[in-house]
Design a protein around this ligand. Structure first.
Ligand code: SF4
Ligand code: SF4
Length: 388
C-alpha cells in the first residue's frame, strides 16, 4: 500500500519565502527543466523541481531539514534555463536563509540579523560597547606619537571582547544550530527514503565530514556550473582569505599568550611585510577585498530577468566582508602614511566590522559554510554520493 501523507500547507511560510528572494516561486509549472540542467543534483530524487512544488504548497517540513536545499550552490544554471522565470536557484537560497533563522539561537537575534530595519542597531551595539570600554579605561582619544593601535585600543581589551565571542559565543550558537539541523536532516532523509540508515551514527558521520573536506577545499561543485562561473573565483578567494586570516590570528594568539614571545618579535612587526605572517595577513586582506568586490559585481550583473537581485540577507554579508577587508587594509595603509586622524578611526571601524562578523556569524549568510558542509557530508553518509 502506498504511504499516505497529510498535506499541511503553511501560507505564512510561502509569504516569508517570497520576501526572502523567492517572490517568483508561483510561476513554476513543474516542467522539470531545472532538475535536468542542474549540474550538482543527484540522479536519485533530483532537485530543485520537487522543492518548487513544496514551496508553492507551503510544505515547510519538505524544505526545512531537506539536505538537497543545502547541496545547491546557487550557481543559477537552473534559473537561466527555467522557461517560466521562476528562479528556482533564488528559491533555494531563500529556503536556506529561512532555515538559518530557524536553527539559530536565540530566536530574537535570529529574527533581527536578517531584517533590514535593524541594521543600525546591529552596528550600534559594537560601537556603544567599544566607546564605553575605551571611555572607562581612559583611551577615548587619539594617542600622541608613532601610530600604535594598541595604544588606542589595548590588545588585552580587544581580546577580552573577541576571545569570548570566538571561543564561547560562536561554538555555543552553532552547537545548538547543528544539533537541531542534524536532527531534522536525518529525520527528513529517513522519511523521504533518502537513507537506509535509521540511526545517526556520529563517529561514522564524522568520517564522512572528513571525506567531504577535499570537495569543499577545491570548490569543485562550484566549478561544475556553466552559468555564473565568476562566482567560483569570488567564492574561492573569500574562502581562502578567511582561512589565511584565521591562521594569522591564531599564530598571533599562540605567540602572545602561550609562547609569551618577547617583543620585538618578527611576527609582531606591524608594518613590514617581509615577515611570513604579516605577508599572509596582507595577501589574505587583499584576497578578501578582491573576492568581495567580485561578489558585489557578480550580484549587480546578475540582476537580470532570470536571476533575482538577492535579498538584504545576501547583500548585508557582502557589505560586511567588503567593509572588513577595506578597513583592515586602509588602517594598515594610513598607518604606513602616518595619518593618525585617519588610522585610528578606521581601525575602530574595522573592529566594529570584526565584531559584526563574529557576533552575528551564526545568523548570517556565512552560516551556510557550516550547514552546507554538514549537508554535503550527510549526502555521503546516506550513500547518495560516494566519499572521494
Ligand atoms: S522552476 Fe522552472 S524549470 Fe523548474 S520545474 Fe518550475 S518552471 Fe520548470
Ligand atoms: S542554483 Fe545551481 S546548484 Fe542550485 S539547483 Fe540551480 S542549478 Fe542546481
Amino acid at each position: 500500500m502506498a504511504n499516505s501523507y497529510l498535506v499541511e500547507p503553511d501560507v505564512n511560510f510561502v509569504k516569508q519565502l517570497k520576501t526572502m528572494g523567492g517572490e517568483t516561486l508561483k510561476k513554476c509549472y513543474q516542467c522539470a527543466t531545472c532538475s535536468v540542467v542542474c549540474p550538482i543534483s543527484p540522479d536519485d530524487r533530483p532537485f530543485p523541481r520537487k522543492e518548487m512544488i513544496a514551496a508553492q504548497w507551503g510544505l515547510k517540513d519538505k524544505l526545512v531539514g531537506n539536505m538537497d536545499v543545502w547541496l545547491c550552490h546557487h550557481c543559477n544554471d537552473c534559473s537561466t534555463y527555467c522557461p517560466r522565470g521562476a528562479k528556482p536557484g533564488d528559491l533555494l537560497n531563500a529556503v536556506r536563509a529561512y532555515s538559518i533563522q530557524k536553527y539559530a539561537w536565540p530566536s530574537w537575534l535570529a529574527r533581527i540579523v536578517p531584517d533590514a530595519r535593524f541594521w543600525w542597531l546591529l552596528l550600534g551595539i559594537p560601537v556603544a560597547i567599544f566607546l564605553f570600554i575605551l571611555g572607562v579605561t581612559g583611551h577615548l582619544h587619539i594617542p600622541e606619537g608613532e601610530i600604535e593601535f594598541a595604544h588606542f585600543f589595548p590588545t588585552l581589551l580587544v581580546d577580552i571582547i573577541f576571545v569570548p565571542l570566538a571561543t564561547f559565543w560562536i561554538p555555543l550558537v552553532f552547537g545548538i544550530g547543528i544539533y537541531r539541523f542534524m536532527k531534522d536532516i536525518h529525520a527528513n532523509a529517513v522519511a523521504e527514503g533518502k537513507t537506509r540508515r535509521k540511526e545517526l551514527n556520529v563517529p561514522d558521520f564524522l568520517k564522512t565530514v572528513i571525506c567531504t573536506l577535499p570537495t569543499i577545499l577545491s570548490h569543485n561543485k562550484f566549478s561544475q556550473c556553466s552559468q555564473n562561473k565568476g562566482r567560483y573565483l569570488s567564492h574561492i578567494l573569500v574562502f581562502f582569505s578567511f582561512l589565511g586570516l584565521f591562521v594569522v590570528t591564531n599564530i598571533f594568539f599562540v605567540a602572545l599568550y602561550i609562547l609569551r614571545a618577547p617583543g620585538p618579535y618578527p611576527i609582531f612587526d606591524p608594518i613590514g611585510i617581509t615577515t611570513p605572517v604579516k605577508l599572509l595577513a596582507l595577501v589574505s586582506g587583499i584576497g578578501l577585498l578582491v573576492g568581495s568586490l567580485l561578489m558585489l559585481s557578480n550580484r549587480l550583473k546578475d540582476r537580470g530577468e532570470n536571476i533575482g537581485k538577492g535579498s538584504y540577507f545576501d547583500w548585508s554579508l557582502i557589505l560586511v566582508v567588503l567593509g572588513l577587508a577595506a578597513t583592515g587594509l586602509l588602517s594598515w595603509f594610513t598607518r604606513l602614511l602616518h595619518i593618525p586622524s585617519l588610522a585610528y578611526p578606521i581601525y575602530f571601524t574595522h573592529l566594529v566590522f570584526v565584531f559584526c562578523l563574529f557576533a552575528y556569524l551564526p545568523f548570517s549568510k556565512l552560516a551556510h559554510l557550516v550547514y552546507r558542509t554538514l549537508a554535503m557530508a550527510y549526502s555521503r553518509y546516506s550513500e547518495r554520493e560516494p566519499c572521494e
